[in-house]
Write a protein that binds this ligand. Structure first.
Ligand SMILES: Cc1ncc(COP(=O)(O)O)c(C=O)c1O
Length: 380
């Protein structure tokens, strides 16, 4: 369908606000709101329509496969990105096998914390430092891998500063040394095209509430069928079983496909929202969305620099995702001041985060910039 055909007025928030904060949560589309309603309608009409719910979940799996060029068998649906990383971490026997986890200074806290939790299971964790452009390089990864490296765990786009790593080069560097790679793509999925088959990563994790237009409560792991058949999670549950309805308490018989990374009852209401959000995103096309947000990112960069502000996010093609991080002397005060102007943005780590998606436009950028001009004293 393309971006032009998606009416901005289907995102009600734009009636009252300049919403440019998709790195936290997508703007709510009419379809997604209606999808939550249809879950509730089903409860009233049918009570417990489990077959319909399973159908929605399987449709979400297929839509995720379509979006990322993965087979449905390679898609595990979880309740958060953290649940996906935990299930992946549980596959490793750090006491007996390689014990080093090679990660970066750019990770979202949940990823760092989950890896450090593995220290109790014999792991050691090494954080590669980001360079001056807030990225890590494939060369750094290659140089740091040892015969004891169990996994490389790297973020695609950093949640703090918007820098984007060259994950294809990192995956290739790790694979050339026989080490599997987990990519946390939460800050890029839905905004930056990601082709799982072409990337060749062993695991990619993310979730649906940000640029994927949906809801909290749905995460996923893409699990490379060609490279991961020996990884069997011990973080598990009945929805990960080969036969969910075997009701057998005497065995552990996990699914052969990516479903083995799942656990308990899915978040069904959020699954309805996910189905609607993914349908909309596929209609728009992630590469079309990326064209729009890249353009707006550049307009923001030029505007902030003209105001004398400091853009923390590296410039240049391939070096950043949709979000732009702007240094502030008091980022919380700046977020509040902009909210008073009707501009919704967020902050992390000393930076204001402005994160356009396909439903934003140059008028939004102008409104952001005029609010920043008014609050110039809070720019660093
Ligand atoms: C890059 C990144 N990874 C992981 C997470 C955590 O996701 P979840 O809360 O679904 O575990 C977030 C959440 O904001 C994130 O931005």
């Amino acid at each position: 369908m393309g971006v032009e055909a998606i009416a901005r007025d289907k995102f009600e928030i734009f009636k009252n606000k300049t919403y440019i904060n998709s790195c936290s949560q997508a703007a709510l589309a009419d379809e997604v709101r209606a999808a939550y309603d249809s879950y509730l309608d089903g409860l009233v009409e049918f009570g417990s329509p489990w077959e319909t719910w399973v159908g929605v979940q399987e449709n979400v799996r297929a839509l995720l496969g379509e979006l990322f060029n993965a087979s449905s068998d390679e898609v595990a649906i979880t309740t958060s990105a953290s649940a996906a990383v935990n299930a992946i971490a549980s596959c490793f026997d750090f006491d007996k096998g390689p014990s080093q986890i090679l990660t970066t200074s750019l990770e979202f806290p949940t990823v760092g914390q989950i890896w450090h939790a593995q220290e109790r299971r014999g792991a050691t964790v090494v954080h590669l430092p980001e360079g001056p452009d807030h990225r890590v390089t494939a060369q750094q990864v290659a140089d740091a891998i040892t015969s004891d490296t169990a996994i490389v765990s790297v973020t695609h786009v950093c949640y703090r500063n918007g820098a984007m790593n060259d994950i294809k080069a990192i995956v290739d560097a790790a694979h050339s040394k026989g080490v599997p790679v987990l990519v946390d793509a939460y800050q890029s999925v839905g905004a930056v095209p990601l082709d799982f088959a072409e990337l060749g990563a062993d695991f990619v994790v993310g979730g649906l509430l940000k640029y994927m237009l949906s809801s909290p409560g749905v995460g996923f792991a893409l699990v490379n069928a060609a490279t991961t058949s020996e990884y069997i999670p011990t973080t598990t549950g009945w929805f990960a079983a080969r036969d969910i309805f075997s009701m057998d308490i005497n065995t552990f018989d996990p699914a052969k496909d990516a479903r083995r990374f799942e656990a308990g009852t899915p978040n069904v209401p959020s699954m309805y929202a996910a189905q609607a959000g993914l349908g909309l995103l596929l209609d728009v096309g992630v590469s079309n969305a990326w064209e729009v947000s890249r353009q707006l990112h550049e307009e923001l960069r030029e505007g902030v620099q003209a105001l004398g502000g400091t853009v923390v996010t590296p410039g240049g093609s391939g070096a950043h995702g949709p979000m732009i991080a702007i240094a502030s002397t008091d980022e919380h005060a700046l977020v509040d001041a902009m909210a008073a102007d009707g501009v919704i943005v967020s902050s992390r780590d000393g930076n204001l985060r402005v994160s356009p998606h396909f439903y934003n436009n140059s008028t939004d950028v102008k409104v952001v910039l005029s609010s920043l001009e008014k609050n110039r004293h809070l720019l660093a």
